[in-house]
Design a protein around this ligand. Structure first.
Ligand code: FAD
Ligand code: MLT
Ligand code: ZN
Length: 476
C-alpha cells in the first residue's frame, strides 16, 4: 500500500469532502476543547464530511497516512473522549454536517437518521410524525445520536425505555479500513451471528464510525404526570421507587433523586427557577408517570402512590405539576444541576451505578467516610435512582481553591469512591463512558479477562490503532 505524507493527506481530504470542510486555521476551540474545559487538544485538521462515502474516503486516506481519527458529534461528552490529543497529528472527524432524517417507517415503529442529527431534532421529528423517541438528556439540544450511540448514553427515561443501546435497531458504520457496513435493517429479530451493532454501541469511536442509525419509536403517551417529592433519606427514596414500580408498572418513566447541596447550587446560580422544597429536606425526588390511558385514571393512581408513600413516612411533602409548563419547569431544575455545578467551579465527577438495593448503604457509608477523610467536603449527589445510577460528585470545602483541590485530591477521592463502589458490586462508569479520563483507572476495576478480550477485539477490528486511540482501552 502506498503511504501518504501529511501534505498529501490534507490534499486528499480536501478533495474528498471539499476545501471549506477541512479546517486547519482560526478558532477551533469548539472542536478542540472538552465540555467541562478540563482538556484542550490540537487537531491536524477538523474534517467535516457530508455523506457516508465521504467518511469512508476520509478513513481510507487517514489509514494510508497512518494518521489517527477522533470522531466527534456534539462534543458534550463528559469523559474527554471526543477531542484530539495535544500532538497536532490527529484528524478530528466532525459528523455535524450529516444531520438528515432519512426515513420514518411508521408501521415498523422506526426512524432512520444520520449520526450528526441532534437528539432534540430527532425527538421533534418523531413527535411530528406522531411518535415518541424517548432518549432524553440535559444536553439534548447539542448532543447527536452518533455520540449517544458512541457512549451508549442513558439519561432520564432509562427506567422505562433502557439505554441508547436498547433503542437501536440498526447501524451504518465505516470501519477502520474505510469500508461501509450497511446494517440499517430495522429488524427486531436477526440471529445471523455476532451482533456487531452491540460492539459498536458504547465503543466511543474506537471500533468504527457510526454514520447513520435506525432507532425505535414508541406511541406518544396520552397523559404525563410529574411530581416533586421531599424524602427524608436515600432509603426512603428507594422505598418510594418500590411503591412506584408496584403501582405504576410500565407507566413509571422517570425517577430522579437530588441531594440538598446539588439543589442549593441550582438555587444559588438560577434563583429564577424557584426550586421547591429543597431547604426542608435532605433529598428530593422527581417522579414521572406516562400513560396511554386518560389523564383522570392516571392521576388517581399517581396520587395514590404519593399518599401511600406519605402515610409510610417515605415522603415528607410533594407537589404535583398541574400543567405542562409546571412539569417542564421541574425537569428544567433537574437538568440544571450540571450547569450549576459548572458555574460553581471544577469538581470531581463520578458516574457510578449500583444495584438499587445497595444504594442507601453505599451513600451512608461513603458520605461518612469522605467526611472523615476530607474535612468540610461537599457532596453533589444526584442521579437516575430509578436505574441505579448516581452522579456522586465531590466539591472542594468552602474557601478552598477548586483547581488546587482537583490537582491534589482527585486521585485519592476517586480511589476512595471507586473502592466503595466495587465493594457494593457497582460500576465506575454507568452512562458517560471511559474516554481518556478513566482509561487508566479502568484496569483497576474491570474484570481482567473482560479487559483482555476488549483489547483483542480492538486489535482485530483496528489493527493500525487509528480509531480514537487511547480511549476506552490502552493497548500498551
Ligand atoms: P461527543 O461528545 O461528540 O462524543 C462522545 C464519544 O462518542 C466520543 O468518544 C466520540 O469519539 C464518540 N462519537 C461521537 N460521534 C460518534 C460517531 N458518529 N461514531 C462513533 N463514535 C462517535 N450523558 C448521559 O449518558 N446521560 C445524561 O443524562 C447526560 N446528561 C448530560 C447533561 C449535560 C448538561 C452534558 C453537558 C452532558 C450530559 N451527558 C449525559 C453526556 C453527553 O451529553 C453524552 O455522553 C452524549 O451521548 C454525547 O453525545 P455527543 O454527540 O456530544 O458526543
Ligand atoms: C446528568 O444526569 O445530569 C448528567 O449525566 C450530567 C452530569 O452527570 O453532570
Ligand atoms: Zn446522568
Amino acid at each position: 500500500m502506498t503511504t501518504l505524507s501529511l501534505p498529501q493527506l490534507l490534499t486528499t481530504l480536501r478533495q474528498a469532502v471539499g476545501e471549506p470542510h477541512v479546517l486547519t486555521e482560526g478558532d477551533l476551540s469548539a472542536f478542540e476543547q472538552d465540555w467541562r474545559k478540563r482538556s484542550r487538544g490540537k487537531a491536524l485538521a477538523v474534517v467535516r464530511p457530508g455523506s457516508t462515502p465521504e467518511v469512508a474516503a476520509v478513513v481510507k486516506a487517514c489509514a494510508q497516512a497512518g494518521v489517527s481519527i477522533v470522531p466527534q458529534g456534539g462534543n458534550t461528552g463528559l469523559v474527554v473522549g471526543s477531542i484530539p490529543d495535544a500532538s497536532g497529528t490527529q484528524v478530528l472527524l466532525s459528523l455535524q454536517r450529516m444531520n438528515a432524517v432519512r426515513n420514518i417507517d411508521a408501521a415498523n415503529l422506526a426512524i432512520t437518521v444520520e449520526a450528526g442529527c441532534v437528539l432534540q431534532n430527532l425527538q421533534q421529528a418523531a413527535e411530528q410524525a406522531g411518535f415518541l423517541f424517548p432518549l432524553s438528556l440535559g444536553s439534548e439540544g447539542s448532543c447527536t445520536i452518533g455520540g449517544n450511540l458512541g457512549t451508549n448514553a442513558g439519561g432520564t427515561q432509562v427506567v422505562r425505555y433502557g439505554n441508547t443501546r436498547e433503542l437501536c435497531l440498526g447501524l451504518e458504520v465505516v470501519n477502520a479500513q474505510g469500508e461501509i457496513w450497511h446494517g440499517l435493517t430495522g429488524l427486531r429479530k436477526d440471529n445471523t451471528g455476532y451482533d456487531l451493532r452491540h460492539l459498536m454501541i458504547g465503543s466511543e469511536g474506537t471500533l468504527g464510525i457510526i454514520t447513520a442509525a435506525t432507532m425505535k419509536l414508541y406511541p406518544l403517551p396520552a397523559a404525563k404526570l410529574t411530581a416533586w417529592a421531599g424524602v427524608p433519606s436515600v432509603q426512603h427514596a428507594v422505598e418510594l421507587l418500590g411503591l412506584a414500580h408496584q403501582h405504576l408498572g410500565a407507566g413509571l418513566t422517570g425517577f430522579e433523586m437530588m441531594g440538598q447541596f446539588a439543589l442549593s447550587l441550582v438555587d444559588k446560580h438560577y434563583p429564577q427557577l424557584r426550586v421547591p422544597l429543597w431547604q426542608d429536606t435532605p433529598y428530593c425526588v422527581l417522579l414521572e408517570n406516562s400513560d396511554t390511558e386518560s389523564e383522570m385514571h392516571a392521576r388517581e393512581r399517581f396520587e395514590h402512590v404519593l399518599e401511600v408513600a406519605f402515610e409510610r413516612g417515605c415522603v415528607s411533602d410533594a407537589v404535583v405539576a398541574e400543567s405542562l409548563s409546571q412539569a417542564r419547569n421541574l425537569w428544567h431544575i433537574r437538568e440544571s444541576i450540571t450547569l450549576a455545578q459548572a458555574e460553581e467551579g471544577l469538581n470531581i465527577k463520578h458516574d457510578i451505578s449500583l444495584p438499587v438495593s445497595a444504594i442507601a448503604a453505599f451513600v451512608a457509608q461513603t458520605d461518612a467516610m469522605l467526611a472523615r477523610e476530607i474535612e468540610g467536603v461537599r457532596l453533589v449527589n444526584f442521579g437516575h435512582l430509578g436505574d441505579g445510577n448516581l452522579h456522586y460528585n465531590v466539591q472542594a470545602p468552602v474557601g478552598r481553591d477548586n483547581a488546587e483541590f482537583l490537582r491534589t485530591q482527585e486521585d485519592r477521592v476517586n480511589t476512595l469512591v471507586y473502592d466503595a463502589v466495587r465493594g457494593f458490586g457497582g460500576s465506575i462508569s454507568a452512562e458517560h463512558g471511559v474516554g481518556s479520563l478513566k482509561v487508566d483507572t479502568l484496569p483497576d476495576y474491570k474484570d481482567p479477562t473482560a479487559l483482555a478480550m476488549m483489547r483483542r477485539l480492538k486489535q482485530a477490528l483496528d489493527p493500525q490503532g487509528i480509531l480514537n486511540p487511547g480511549r476506552v482501552v490502552q493497548l500498551s
